[in-house]
Design a protein around this ligand. Structure first.
Ligand code: ADP
Ligand code: ASP
Ligand code: MG
Length: 413
């Protein structure tokens, strides 16, 4: 007998028929004698619909109320799912975040899990009951509902798997696993059989939304092997696990894109000690996360400072920077939302040179201008105009031959 945590995303529970199919799939494993914990997202499109209604009510919605609202989507799916299981003659119970007690901090709309009380779940499992838990939500010290940030049901599932010491954590979604790039924009994308936590962390942080980045961080910390697979087929998906020798020999394992960022430039900033702090402290105080930063040197004692912020925070950041610009006597602030970040990722890059220059060459060949570049040990990212996203992804996927199975080479015996 195993304890299995399964998570089904929005499209997997997008209609009552689909929920019934999910119930059947869960029951298959339950009938084999396994204990089942099932984390569900809201029905596809529901959380977006709720966000839209909130914005109709208040320009910048109150965060506590936003969480009250957004958490309702998952309450619908878990209760309907429990009914489907009961209809099939088995026992199920649906639990909200505060009923389990998924305890979080109070950062509404991006709360972090601090502790999970597993007692109630274990009691139900011991009574042969299938437990279904609302994804993406928790409760803070004050007893208020919190949510974990968009895509957060993956994090609920991995956190539960870690807390319950589950044997497996399966993430069911609308594609067959983690691919070399988004299969919905590149038909040559290839499913990856095994990927390391670190590579998956990079892919997720650079835009591969198939797994929420926080879920991958938790999986790595608590050594929870993740199996990402399709709700709509029986095929084996992708295992996210610790790095092994074979992975090291693959230079580039994936291409990602993110359209979630915006670019801001402070022009002609006096080039003096302390100027960067004066720009970035107020931004971090406003809880705006800056990603890439480039400081260009101009002739004389002036400099330009360019950086990226999440697109959601662009208006707020621009307003703040107008004030900062006048404080530090910068000439002007300019910005653009129509940018995309294109990245290549692979742990094997650590030991190979020339990967970044190949990327620049490919983009140049397609006539795509690079506005910003950033690199780490295992990734290279370029900011380009948003309209080139698909072209850039496909060209890089092709140039690094990601459609073909990499043949691992080794110098060892
Ligand atoms: P769910 O609702 O099941 O959580 P998501 O929409 O959050 O599903 O994530 C699945 C989607 O992630 C896919 O439909 C695909 O378009 C997108 N995606 C982006 N990059 C990748 C990738 N490298 N591999 C697989 N899917 C990807
Ligand atoms: N329903 C939430 C969202 O759409 C959480 C999730 O699906 O993971 O972001
Ligand atoms: Mg998701």
């Amino acid at each position: 007998m195993a304890l299995i945590v399964q998570k089904f995303g929005g499209t997997s529970v997008g209609s009552t028929d689909k929920m019934k199919a999910v119930a059947e799939r869960v029951l298959e494993k339950h009938k084999q004698g396994n204990q089942m914990v099932v984390v569900l997202s809201a029905m596809a499109g529901e959380t977006d619909r709720l966000v839209g209604m909130a914005r109709d009510m208040q320009k910048i919605p109150a965060l506590r109320e936003m969480d009250m609202l957004l958490s309702t989507g998952e309450q619908v799916t878990i209760s309907l799912f429990a009914m489907a299981v009961k209809e099939a003659g088995y026992d199920a119970v649906s639990l909200l975040g505060d009923q389990v007690r998924i305890h979080t901090n109070s950062m509404h709309t991006k709360a972090r899990i601090q502790e999970i009380d597993t007692k109630s779940i274990i009691n139900h499992l011991n009574n042969n009951t299938i437990v279904t838990v609302a994804g993406f939500q928790g409760v803070n010290d004050e007893g208020d509902i919190t949510t974990l940030g968009r895509g957060g049901s993956d994090t609920t599932a991995v956190a539960l798997a870690a807390a319950l010491k589950a044997d497996t954590c399966e993430i069911y979604t609308d594609v067959e696993g983690v691919y070399t790039t988004d299969p919905n924009i590149c038909s040559a994308a290839r499913k990856i059989d095994r990927i390391s936590y670190d590579e998956m962390l990079e892919l997720a942080s650079l835009g591969a939304k198939v797994l929420d980045i926080r879920s991958v961080g938790l999986a790595k910390r608590y050594k929870v092997p993740l199996h990402v697979r399709s709700t709509f087929s029986e095929n084996e998906g992708t295992w996210v696990v610790e790095e092994d020798k074979i992975m090291e020999s693959i230079v580039v394992s994936g291409v990602t894109y993110s359209k979630n960022e915006a670019r801001i430039t402070l022009n002609k900033v006096p080039d003096q000690p302390g100027v960067a702090a004066k720009i970035f402290l107020p931004i971090s105080d406003a809880e705006i996360v800056v990603d890439m930063i480039i400081q260009n040197t101009r002739a004389g004692d002036l400099t330009d400072m360019t950086f990226t912020v999440p697109r959601n925070d662009y208006d707020r950041a621009m307003k703040l920077l107008q004030e900062i610009a006048s404080d530090i006597h910068a000439e002007s602030v300019t910005g653009a939302e129509n940018i995309a970040k294109i990245s290549i990722v692979g742990v094997g890059m650590r030991n190979h040179s020339g990967i970044a220059s190949t990327m620049f060459h490919i983009l140049a060949k397609e006539g795509i201008n690079i506005m910003m570049i950033s690199t780490s040990e295992i990734k290279v990212s370029c900011i380009v105009e948003e309209k080139y996203t698909e072209l850039a992804v496909r060209a890089l996927h092709d140039a690094f031959a990601l459609d073909r199975e990499n043949i691992p080479l080794s110098e060892d015996e």
